[in-house]
Design a protein around this ligand. Structure first.
Ligand SMILES: O=C(O)C(=O)C[C@@H](O)[C@H](O)[C@H](O)COP(=O)(O)O
Length: 353
């Protein structure tokens, strides 16, 4: 997989213009959702090479990250004259960069693409590292490919219009990067004031967070090995997220990951000696900032069935986890029995409820 260029922008307009002109393309399409079309696209209006760009607008949020929306994007590209030399710019959150990235990966077997993430989640995670895809049969990212965008341009200016819930959702993935990296970065994340955002401090933290991800992806782009560290919190987190998508209260991805990390850190404590004090501090931080997901023991079987679809699993029915022996001490390919997993869910309800 070719290395992806990630740019933490100082002068967004100039840097984007320069990156676009380095491509040779016949046409440019900009993919947005209804929100980013309204709030973010205007920030690209003065860029001369985008004056003639075609626009494709899709429905917002994870509920639209499906085959129907993907087919709509393919149709738009096809009927409006996109070729193999067309450049697709994905302007949006993780849903747009995941789905748009997969459209770019598959249209005429692959076209050039630039990601401009507009949410914290997509800046530190979804838009970086080349995982693209859609949800299918109520399962998260069930269909997809590894297809890195040629460039990812990150500008925290976009975050100024982001609602607090989406900001916290992205921060969930930053917490994950803190836990899998080192104590110094982790401590900074715990100290950052989420109620009074200092955007230049946040931009620095974003830069560090992206670097954690890039270093891991560079070592193992296709998730054969250490990249599974980036999936910490997701075995149970994705099950929580998919479970909530079927209720009247779907939760944002980063919230589900934060709650998944509570369970997986407890398993880390039991299995790998993750320190009790760090477990306590993390759970307290997550409980205070993210609240909790409500479920009962009648939901355990559903949650367990969802975990069986996790992409890290190698044998059917055996659930694979990434655990931690301490902050930055990554242990991949750990498994747990159904009984142990139910105990984690008991722990979650007792501690977070
Ligand atoms: O980039 C990765 O690798 C990750 O696992 C990052 C995750 O935070 C991200 O949510 C990813 O989309 C989940 O991937 P999946 O393979 O479990 O669907």
């Amino acid at each position: 997989m070719s290395k992806q260029e990630v740019i933490i922008c100082q002068n967004f307009t100039a840097e984007l213009s320069q990156k676009i002109s380095a491509h040779s393309y016949d046409k440019i399409f900009i993919l947005t959702d209804e929100h980013t079309c309204r709030f973010c696209l205007p920030l690209l209006q003065d860029i001369p090479c985008l004056k003639e760009a075609e626009q494709i607008v899709i429905g917002p949020e994870d509920i639209h990250k499906n085959l129907e929306t993907l087919a709509y994007v393919w149709n738009q590209l096809s009927s409006r004259g996109a070729t193999r030399h067309t450049l697709l710019i994905n302007l949006g959150g993780g849903m747009v960069t995941d789905l748009g990235g997969f459209a770019a990966a598959t249209f005429k077997r692959g076209i050039a693409c630039i990601n401009i993430p507009t949410t914290l989640l997509s800046m530190v995670d979804a838009a970086v590292g080349g995982k693209t895809g859609i949800n299918f049969n109520d399962l998260k990212n069930e269909i997809g490919s590894f297809y890195p965008a040629d460039q990812v341009l990150i500008d925290s200016e976009f975050l100024k219009t982001l609602d607090p819930q989406n900001l916290l959702s992205g921060y969930g993935e930053m917490l994950k990067h803190g836990l899998i990296s080192n104590q110094a970065h982790w401590s900074k994340l715990l100290k950052f004031d989420l109620n009074h955002i200092d955007y230049s401090q946040l931009q620095n933290l974003i830069g560090e967070s992206v670097q954690v991800k890039e270093d891991i992806v560079e070592k193992d782009p296709y998730e054969q090995n250490i990249r599974k560290a980036l999936n910490f919190g997701h075995t149970i987190g994705h099950a929580f997220e998919s479970f909530s998508l079927k209720t009247e209260h779907p939760v944002l991805h980063g919230y589900a990951v934060a709650w998944g990390m509570v369970c997986e850190l407890y398993l880390s404590h039991l299995r790998c000696g993750f320190p009790k004090e760090a477990l306590r501090t993390t759970i307290q931080f997550i409980k205070e900032n993210y609240g909790s997901l409500y479920f009962t023991c009648d939901d355990y079987d559903t949650l367990y069935d969802l975990m069986k679809h996790d992409k890290k699993n190698v044998a059917s029915g055996v659930i694979n986890f990434t655990l931690l022996g301490g902050i930055g001490d990554i242990r991949i390919n750990q498994t747990a029995s159904q009984e142990e997993i139910y105990e984690l869910l008991d722990f979650y309800r007792e501690t977070m409820g």
